[in-house]
Design a protein around this ligand. Structure first.
Ligand code: FPP
Length: 240
């Protein structure tokens, strides 16, 4: 059997807060360590030929957290998008965002624009950062864009199908092949629901700051050999 393709890897980066609290530190310490882990994982993903990496940095529902934590995360995004700019750019990674910028602080939006602009022509891989993001909300946005095109005659109803619909999402990225959630919880938390249709899903206990290249490689090795049937049957079953 041929190895499965891995075009699009997605990660729910969970467990930063607990990682810090376990060491008697503030949750913010864990978020900062999470940025380091993301940098290592994103650079490694490019090295091993993953075309697209999507990560869940901040959900629309994360605004329910304490003001102190939300403010810290926003500041961390601004600092990171400036400092990671060169690391990602040097490796030819194009950075894009999914989600909405309404109700994000101006300096966050500015830093997002900077990294998008700086990396827009890069071709070695795409890092899609889901920020102020919800999967159901993205599907609603895609439907709104589709209806606009339908009304203006840019698309006909019979031209729509589930592949075409990807073009209306926040970014036209391929379906997710493999999704990893760190931190021990077993749920999807409104993350890229449309793109996750036939994703292989791995829930692991490791807190995100401890997630490393070796553990990712082990999961990917395992994924390569999974029998992905996409709702069909495999050759062996077909012939029996
Ligand atoms: C979930 O862990 C993590 C977050 C809400 C933030 C994730 C953000 C980062 C890793 C930084 C990303 C940085 C960039 C540059 C995009 P949690 O806080 O819910 O942890 P817990 O489940 O232990 O409480």
């Amino acid at each position: 059997m041929e190895k499965n393709e891995l075009k699009h890897l997605a990660i729910i980066m969970d467990g930063n807060g607990r990682w810090a609290q376990k060491q008697g530190k503030k949750r913010s310490y864990g978020h900062k360590a999470g940025v380091g882990a993301l940098e290592r994982i994103a650079l490694h993903a490019v090295d091993i030929g993953v075309q697209c990496l999507s990560v869940y940095a901040f959900s629309t529902d994360n605004f329910k957290r304490s003001k102190e934590e939300v403010d810290y995360l926003m500041k961390l995004f601004v600092d990171s998008f400036h400092s990671t700019n060169n690391k990602f750019d040097n490796r030819g990674i194009k950075v894009v965002f999914s989600g909405v910028t309404d109700n994000l602080p101006d300096d966050v939006v500015e830093s997002m624009k900077t990294i998008i602009e700086k990396t827009k022509d890069n071709q070695n891989g795409v890092l899609n950062i889901c920020l102020n993001y919800g999967g159901q909300e993205e599907i609603i946005r895609a439907s709104e864009r589709y209806h606009k095109d339908l009304n203006s005659g840019k698309i006909k109803m019979e031209e729509m199908n589930r592949d075409k619909f990807y073009e209306y999402m926040d970014n036209n990225l391929p379906p997710i092949d493999l999704m990893i959630r760190t931190g021990g919880e077993r749920r999807l938390s409104n993350f890229m629901l449309y793109q996750m249709m036939y994703a292989e899903i791995y829930f692991i206990d490791t807190y995100f700051p401890d997630f490393n290249e070796k553990e990712l490689d082990d999961i990917i090795d395992n994924y390569y050999d999974v029998d992905r049937r996409f709702g069909g049957i495999n050759e062996k079953e077909r012939n029996s």
